[in-house]
Design a protein around this ligand. Structure first.
Ligand code: NAD
Length: 491
């Protein structure tokens, strides 16, 4: 594993010898000391990305030519699947099958944008109809320029791919700053870029803390666009920094996503989707199913089934067989989640199951799968993102009540509905104020479909064609052609 930054195609000695530790959340042991990049490292990386964009081959290559590199990166990631998945387990704590799913999706994301890059050769120019016959006009798409990417720790390599793959496909160059909590697979992404022979400066990776490395990146005047995924408070700071330079931004932030379950839904299926929605990745998922709204008549039975299934979940170190719930990512997150549960209980929520450290572990940041009930609608625990294996469940009276409760949130990332009545599902899906809506399921995510939130959950969309558009500017080229002069001033 490299202990340098990946800048201008080279493993580059950091500006200082400062480091930070990345830990294994299952054992609390230090895995590695990682360079704590600062503004000097960021300046060097941005300079390389700027030069690669302004003077290098990358933006001038055809989409098909860029696709060859993206496909190579996908192939290398697939070849390193097991090793990268293990690295993700070590750094993040998630169960191995989940990590493997993430890394497969990471490769899939590079492959998908390789194909979109090829399509860009035919779709980047369109003619514009004008009412004036002396003018012709066309709209062309061009890369935005140098993009900066700052990502969180919950899906470390996948979150990098969601930004790097479309940016590179569009012809942008990039500086990536991974989360200081899980930097290992981002460093591996530098190795992947190196092996794929990506031209120097196209992808630069600087590790470091948010304040010391993220902030100089977001504030750098040579960065044309910032793509950020993380918390609402940091997203707000990125937006403020971007505002000073009128910088193009996209933000993928937090959520408190509801799942509405009507009385005709199958209880077992509903419980399966709730658990998939809140216990996957220890609930450290931006779109996690953290608020469950259940029709009054179904509520007692569903709750009983959910509690009984939650108690059966195998907790443990991510590489152990059969584990479905690993440790939380670090001590801070572990303490935050326990404090949130305590705060919810103090406000009057009932802990139906879980709510504490998983007792059988001497070390590691393990929290039991937790189900909370009986909180009020305006309570902190019902309204705020917890980012842990904690689900809040409430009954509702009727459809209008369910939609009102679901939409009563400052977030609008995802929402889900379950019912056998397709028309009702369609009605409710349209009534949700959220960017991602699931019907009769919760969480399945496809690289082809747009991803992003309403309200405080963010600005812009990632994935699919929308993700590519994040990194494209639109330019009009309008031509005057007439036998007669324009003749406004000079007759
Ligand atoms: P965070 O905001 O603490 O950190 C995210 C990144 O921002 C990290 O790389 C960090 O180093 C950097 N950062 C911190 N302060 C900074 C500053 N002042 N300037 C520049 N960069 C700075 O978030 P987190 O704890 O890593 O991630 C959890 C949050 O991310 C949750 O709220 C979750 O909902 C959200 N998230 C959203 C999505 C989505 O697609 N909407 C996906 C994953 C996570």
């Amino acid at each position: 594993m490299q202990s340098k930054h990946f800048i201008n195609g080279q493993w580059t000695t950091p500006a200082t010898t400062n480091t930070f530790a990345t830990i294994n959340p299952a054992t609390e042991e230090v895995i590695a000391q990682i360079p704590a990049g600062n503004s000097d490292d960021i300046n060097l990386a941005v300079e390389a990305a700027r030069d690669a964009f302004d003077n290098g081959p990358w933006p001038k290559l055809s989409g098909a030519e860029r696709a060859v590199y993206l496909q190579k990166m996908a192939d290398i990631i697939n070849r390193r699947l097991t090793e990268l998945s293990k690295l993700e387990v070590l750094d993040n704590g998630k169960p191995y099958p989940e990590a493997e799913w993430d890394i497969e999706d990471t490769a899939g994301c590079f492959e998908y944008y390789a194909n979109l890059a090829k399509e860009l050769d035919n779709s980047s120019e369109s003619s514009v109809e004008l009412p004036e016959p002396r003018f012709t006009s066309k709209a062309i798409k061009e890369p935005v320029g140098v993009a900066g990417a700052i990502i969180p720790w919950n899906f470390p390599m996948l979150m990098a791919a969601w930004k790097v793959a479309p940016a590179l496909a569009a012809g942008c160059t990039m500086v990536l700053k991974p989360s200081e909590i899980t930097p290992l697979t981002a460093i591996a992404l530098g190795e992947v870029a190196e092996e794929a022979g990506l031209p120097a400066g196209v992808l630069n990776i600087v590790t470091g803390l948010g304040q010391d490395a993220g902030q100089p990146l977001a504030q750098h005047p040579d960065v044309d666009k910032m793509a950020f995924t993380g918390s609402v408070p940091t997203g707000g700071k990125i937006m403020e920094m971007a505002a000073k330079q009128i910088k193009n931004i996209s933000l993928e932030l937090g959520g408190k996503s509801p799942l509405v379950i009507f009385e005709d839904a199958d209880i077992e299926e509903a419980v399966e989707w709730i658990m998939f929605g809140i216990f996957w990745n220890q609930g450290q998922v931006c779109s996690a199913t953290s608020r469950v709204l259940v029709a009054e008549s179904l509520y007692p039975k569903l709750l009983e089934c959910l509690i009984s299934e939650a108690k059966k979940i195998t907790i443990g170190e991510g590489n152990s067989d059969g584990v479905l719930l690993g440790p939380l990512v670090n001590k801070t997150q572990y303490e935050k989640v326990l404090a949130a549960i305590a705060k919810g209980a103090a406000e009057g929520a009932k802990i139906a199951t879980g709510g504490k450290r998983a007792a059988s572990f001497g070390k590691g940041y393990y929290i039991e799968p937790t189900v909370l009930t009986d909180m009020s609608e305006d309570s902190w625990i019902w309204q705020e993102e917890i980012f842990g294996p904690v689900v809040c469940v409430k009954p509702f009276k009727d459809e209008a009540d369910a939609v009102r409760m679901a939409n009563d949130s400052r977030f609008g990332l995802a929402a889900a509905v379950m019912s056998k009545d397709e028309q009702r599902c369609e009605r409710v899906a349209r009534a949700f104020r959220a960017g991602i809506v699931w019907v009769n399921c919760s969480q399945p995510t496809f690289v082809e479909a747009p991803w992003g939130g309403y309200k405080q959950s963010g600005i812009g969309r990632e994935l699919g064609q929308w993700g590519l558009n994040n990194y494209l500017e639109t330019k009009q080229i309008t031509t005057f052609k007439s036998d007669e002069p324009w003749g406004w001033y000079i007759k």
